[in-house]
Design a protein around this ligand. Structure first.
Ligand code: SF4
Length: 473
């Protein structure tokens, strides 16, 4: 959806504001509306074991839940995407599937087809082939590890990219797989189009090497403990790692990264997990370490009473904060109303702090989701002034890490040029103008590779063309 269109559609109501705030009561959609879950009890629904064993992992299982409420056209579209485009395998917990098409009452065969096609959560959890751009499915600079995290591994799984912060990827799995995942290189099962990288070290050795690195690197004070999703690590092992981490004198900030708080809040509501979080939060407080949870909601529909209960359990257990880091995605939330609805739902209903929206990274086949830097800046402007200042999320764009080395300004600016859309994008998609001419010149000179000047969206810049791969970089 276009930011211009959505802004133009905003209406002023009696508040006199483009965004008319209203407090909204959270609702758990009725899962028994789906044929496959018509007999599922509330106790089953709230059981994490039931949720994990009923995740939808393939088309057959999706059909068993939805039956003929969605017609064959949709299933075929999804099947084609899985075969030809998907960079993540299918894994949708019942909790997440239940938030799709939740505002439309089923009325027989095919009655939810349109609602499923239009649904914002479906757009990124169950992407279909027809969602993707055909003219411009991937950016020419799209890569499997678009943030070059592996290049910056200090030890396996520990990305040391910023001066004082590290990212610890403890494991390569999650309770749910998001179609836009920036760690698609490593996370999840291989798909027909992507053979996933495998971690090679034994889990205990890898975690031990991370702790050793942090002990001998006193310039690091902040660790994002992630994956994958830490909800997939058995709690005793996670607690042991966190306890060890807190013996490292220089570590002052720890953030636990888990989308499961949104996708499978039942995990964080288990009594033994809540008790464990309480132990570790108490330890953190006694050592003056700030321990928080970072979660990942992209749309207001995902914030249900169970999610709110999960967040409250974490805060009551002693975490300093629960913050949201969403991803800015066309078709999901790239609209000021959608962003503000989500932020207010998180803040009012679930005490979750809106924190960041990351721009979708340049992974393969993601152009239909990606929003230009210019539109992101306009969105940031349009959401200012409604939320308290401390809860107004920043929309951020990760730039290539190696550009930080020595020539940060020029590098970052160049990268932004690459992200800028062509002024004619609406007609034909972003274009690398002059690239073909540069490539012809390189080929004519018989070089193995070479550089030429091309422009992207009117911004001139150097491109490197490889006649071996036929690609620009
Ligand atoms: S939860 Fe996070 S790491 Fe897991 S698939 Fe989604 S975006 Fe990727």
């Amino acid at each position: 959806m276009s930011i211009e269109t959505s802004i133009a559609a905003l209406v002023e109501d009696e508040t006199g504001q483009p965004y008319p705030y209203r407090a909204v009561e959270l609702v758990e959609p009725d899962w028994t509306r789906f044929p496959g879950w018509k007999d599922v009890t509330a106790a089953e629904w709230e059981s994490v074991q039931w949720q994990r064993s009923h995740c939808v992992k393939n088309l057959k299982q999706l059909r068993e839940v939805l039956g003929d409420l969605v017609d064959e056209r949709f299933y075929a579209d999804l099947e084609r995407d899985q075969a030809e485009r998907a960079t993540m395998s299918m894994l949708v917990p019942p909790q997440m599937l239940n938030t799709m098409a939740s505002h439309v009452a089923p009325r027989g065969a095919g009655s939810l087809t349109d609602a499923f096609y239009a649904d914002p959560v479906r757009h990124y959890m169950l992407p279909v082939f027809s969602d993707r751009r055909t003219d411009w499915p991937s950016h020419p600079h799209a890569t499997r590890d678009s943030l070059h995290e592996h290049d910056m591994w200090a030890v396996e799984g520990l990305t040391h990219r910023y001066p004082t912060k590290v990212l610890a990827e403890l494991l390569p799995t999650c309770p749910q797989y998001c179609g836009h995942c920036t760690r698609m290189d490593l996370v999840g099962n291989s798909t027909p189009t992507v053979e996933k990288l495998k971690l090679t070290g034994k889990p205990n050795d890898r975690l031990g090497a991370m702790i050793d690195y942090l002990r001998r690197t006193p310039s690091v004070r902040d660790v994002v403990v992630s994956g994958g999703d830490v909800a997939n690590m058995p709690w005793p092992r996670l607690e042991a790692f966190l306890t060890e981490l807190m013996t490292v004198e220089n570590i002052r900030d720890i953030r636990l990264a888990t989308k499961a708080l949104i996708g499978m809040p039942q995990h964080w509501l288990q009594p033994d997990v809540v008790e464990g979080v309480n132990r570790i939060a108490t330890l953190a407080r006694s050592r003056g370490v700030s321990l928080a949870m970072h979660t990942h909601a992209n749309h207001a529909n995902s914030v249900t009473p169970l999610v709110a209960r999960g967040a409250k359990a974490m805060l009551d257990a002693g975490l300093r904060d629960v913050r949201n880091q969403g991803v800015l995605l066309n078709g999901v939330n790239a609209d000021p109303h959608a962003l503000l609805d989500l932020c207010f739902r998180l803040l009012d209903g679930a005490q979750v702090m809106p924190y960041y929206f990351y721009m979708c990274d340049m992974i393969p086949f993601s152009e239909h989701w990606r929003v230009s830097v210019a539109d992101a800046q306009r969105l940031q402007h349009h959401i200012m002034g409604y939320l308290p200042g401390y809860a107004t999320p920043r929309i951020v764009c990760d730039v290539l890490p190696h550009l930080d080395r020595g020539r940060r300004r020029r590098g970052a600016a160049a990268h932004l040029h690459l992200l800028r859309p062509d002024p004619h994008a609406a007609a034909g998609g972003p274009r690398l103008v002059g690239a073909a001419r540069a490539a012809r010149r390189v080929r004519a000179q018989g070089r193995r590779g070479g550089r030429g000047v091309a422009s992207y969206g009117g911004a001139p810049g150097l491109v490197t063309y490889s006649p071996v791969t036929g690609r620009f970089s």
